[in-house]
Design a protein around this ligand. Structure first.
Ligand code: NAD
Length: 259
C-alpha cells in the first residue's frame, strides 16, 4: 500500500482523515501531542485499522526531516495531508509578535516544510497528491487575522505546488472547512456554550460540517475520481462563503430570505 502522511492526526479532523485514508493507504499519523496521538491510534487499531504513529512538531525543520525519513521507511509516500493547525491571535489590535510568528509558523510555514521534506517521495510516485487543510478564514474575514493570512497564504502555496509540480503527476488542492465542532473549540465553547448555535444562524445550509465531511472531501481529492483536479480550494462550509441571507433580505425586503 502507498503511504499517506497526515499531520495533526490526533485532532478530530485529522483522526477522521486518517480513518478514511486507511482504506487505500498505510497512514503515517503525525502529531506533536504524543499522548493524544497514541489514544487516536488505539481507537483506529481497536477497529482493526493499521496506522503508524510518528510524533513530530511540524514547526521544527529537523523533526520534520526525521518524520519524513520514518514515513519513507514504511513505503512509497504518495499523499501528504497538511492538517495540523491552530489559531492564536484573536484580533490585529490584541495580537502580540509571538502570536503572529506562531500563527504563521504552524499554519503556513510548517505545511511547506512538510512538503519540501517529502518532495522527492511525492514526485517519484507519478500520482502524488497533497491536500492542505485551510479554512474559510483564508477566504473571508472571521477574526484571527494572522491565522487567516496564513491560511490565505497556504491557498496560494497550494496553487504554486499544482503549477510547478504538475509535470511530475503531482496534484495539490486545498479544503476549507467552515465551523467544525472539534476540540479546537473547547475554550470558546466553555466561554460561550451557544457558540455553535450562534454560528449556525449565519450559515445558509442549516447543518455544520463534521470531521467526517472534511475527511470525505480529502478522500475524494486524493483519489482517482479527482485525477484532473488540481490547484483548487474546495470549501466544505455549508454555504458560508456563498453568502449570508441578511444583506439580500435588506436589499430586496423579501421575506423569501427569512427563516
Ligand atoms: N474546527 C474548525 O472549525 C476548523 C475550521 C476551519 C479549519 N480548520 C482547520 O482544520 C485543521 C484541524 O483542526 P481541528 O479543528 O481538528 O483541530 P484540533 O485541535 O482538534 O487538531 C489539531 C491537531 O494538530 C496538532 N498540532 C498542533 N500543533 C502541532 C505541531 N506543531 N506539530 C504537529 N501537530 C500539531 C494538535 O496536537 C492537534 O492534534 C486545522 O488546520 C484547522 O486550522 C478547523
Amino acid at each position: 500500500m502507498p503511504v499517506a502522511v497526515v499531520t495533526g492526526a490526533a485532532g478530530d479532523i485529522g483522526a477522521a482523515i486518517t480513518r478514511h485514508l486507511t482504506a487505500t493507504h498505510h497512514v503515517a499519523a503525525v502529531d506533536i501531542d504524543a499522548k493524544a496521538l497514541s489514544a487516536a491510534v488505539s481507537d483506529l487499531e481497536a477497529d482493526g485499522l493499521t496506522v503508524t504513529a510518528i510524533r513530530c512538531d511540524v514547526t521544527d525543520t529537523e523533526d520534520v526531516a526525521r518524520m519524513a525519513a520514518s514515513a519513507a521507511e514504511l513505503g512509497s509516500v504518495s499523499v501528504l495531508i497538511n492538517n495540523a493547525g491552530a489559531a492564536r491571535g484573536l484580533t490585529l489590535h490584541s495580537m502580540t509578535p509571538g502570536d503572529l510568528s506562531a500563527d504563521l509558523a504552524l499554519n503556513l510555514e510548517a505545511a511547506l516544510t512538510c512538503f519540501k521534506a517529502l518532495e522527492q517521495e511525492l514526485t517519484r510516485c507519478d500520482n502524488g497528491a497533497v491536500v492542505n487543510i485551510v479554512s474559510v478564514n483564508g477566504l473571508g474575514t472571521f477574526g484571527h487575522p494572522a491565522y487567516s493570512a496564513a491560511k490565505a497564504g497556504l491557498i496560494h502555496a497550494t496553487r504554486a505546488i499544482a503549477v510547478e509540480y504538475g509535470k511530475y503527476g503531482l496534484r495539490a488542492n486545498a479544503v476549507a472547512p467552515g465551523t467544525v465542532k472539534t476540540r479546537a473549540w473547547k475554550d470558546r465553547a466553555a466561554a460561550n456554550p451557544k457558540v455553535f448555535e450562534e454560528a449556525l444562524h449565519r450559515y445558509p445550509f442549516k447543518k455544520l460540517p463534521e470531521p467526517d465531511d472534511i475527511a470525505a472531501a480529502v478522500d475524494f481529492l486524493v483519489g482517482p475520481a479527482a485525477r484532473c483536479i488540481t490547484g483548487i480550494c474546495l470549501p466544505v462550509d455549508s454555504g458560508l462563503t456563498a453568502g449570508t441571507t441578511a444583506l439580500p433580505r435588506t436589499f430586496t425586503q423579501s421575506t423569501d430570505f427569512d427563516g
